[in-house]
Design a protein around this ligand. Structure first.
Ligand SMILES: C[S@@+](CC[C@H](N)C(=O)[O-])C[C@H]1O[C@@H](n2cnc3c(N)ncnc32)[C@H](O)[C@@H]1O
Length: 310
């Protein structure tokens, strides 16, 4: 790719010094990531744009990396996530990104909080997307850090759709989603030859006090169900599952701040957990796991964090 462009660069810059500065500046920018990420066409366009620009200081075009930050423990970041966090000029991050993860962002990168709270979007989705576009257009290396995996209940699809509409090069980096992180750190295998052959990820957000879920699909045997954003609707969820025929004794766990030092795991059954949780002060984020596999927690729990499991 580089040799293909070499001639054009030679014609555009007539001194060795200016050519050297061109390539150095280009290699500091997003082009190497594009090549690593198999985006040869985007890399060619970025090089061409750099050649075409009149301003020798703005050789590089920005790029946006939509990066999954995992479920909390910084050791669960991927190498790619860490590498890009170290390279970023600007990082836009959510409330779910743990402080320990944020500590690993390049020291002099600009950090912009765009966190969302339930029922209240600190910065509206359109604003975040517009911000990503203008930062990339200004030539910045932009990391959009999102809790867990950007494509699991993370609105990642919407953010990159805006980038695609504006022809901004982007890449998406998967992260350890809450279901994986919480289940592993709670000692609850999501599938198990004896107890569960399938697993379902569901959002449990209440709408007008009720839950609009496909109940038939949820009460299937030999299945684990993981509910994101379900704490507020826990009682409704448990009653409805029992009404739909799931056993009142079905094991269920609530994992609070999974994979973080403060992780707590509350376990019970569909008929007992809501009362157990009501007696506790809970801290977000929390994840619900339902299924026979939850019973294995007593035997397989291994992570103690800094506080005791209940
Ligand atoms: C908007 S969703 C984002 C999910 C994220 N994209 C992922 O893949 O994990 C937020 C929900 O994820 C769950 N969650 C995320 N991190 C968690 C953690 N460390 N412990 C427990 N639940 C977590 C909670 O149910 C929380 O309400």
């Amino acid at each position: 790719l580089m040799s293909e462009m070499r001639e054009t660069v030679k014609q555009r810059f007539n001194t060795v010094g200016s050519r050297r500065r061109f390539w150095e500046s280009l290699l500091d920018g997003p082009v190497p990531e594009m090549v690593f990420g198999g985006q040869d066409d985007a890399a060619k366009r970025a090089i061409q744009a750099a050649i075409d620009t009149d301003d020798d200081k703005s050789f590089t075009q920005g790029e946006v990396y939509l990066v999954g930050a995992g479920s909390g423990d910084p050791d669960l970041l991927t190498f790619k996530a860490l590498r890009l966090m170290q390279k970023a000029d600007v990082v836009l991050y959510d409330r779910l990104v743990s402080p320990a993860v944020l500590d690993l962002v390049r020291r002099d990168a600009e950090r912009i909080y765009v966190g969302k709270k339930r029922d209240y979007h600190a910065v509206r989705q359109e604003e975040i997307s517009a911000n990503l576009v203008s930062l990339a257009q200004a030539g910045k290396v932009v990391v959009r850090l999102k809790g867990g995996d950007p494509f699991i209940f993370g609105r990642g699809g919407e953010e990159i759709a805006t980038l695609a509409d504006h022809n901004i090069p982007f890449q998406v980096v998967p992260g350890i989603t809450a279901a994986s992180g919480c289940a592993c750190y709670a000692g609850i295998p999501l599938t198990h030859r004896d107890y569960a052959q399938s697993v379902m990820f569901v959002t449990g957000q209440l709408k007008d006090g009720s839950l609009n879920l496909n109940w038939d699909a949820l009460v299937q045997p030999q299945q684990t169900v993981v509910i994101y954003m379900g704490l507020m609707g826990l009682s409704v969820l448990c009653s409805k599952l029992m009404e739909q025929g799931m056993s009142a004794d079905m094991p269920i766990a609530l994992v609070e701040r999974g994979t973080m030092p403060e992780q707590r795991v509350l376990t019970g059954s569909l008929s007992t957990l809501p009362a157990i949780v009501a007696g506790e002060t809970m801290h977000a984020p929390t994840l619900i796991i339902i299924g026979e596999v939850v019973a294995l927690h007593d035997q397989l729990a291994w992570y103690e964090g800094e506080s005791n499991s209940v």
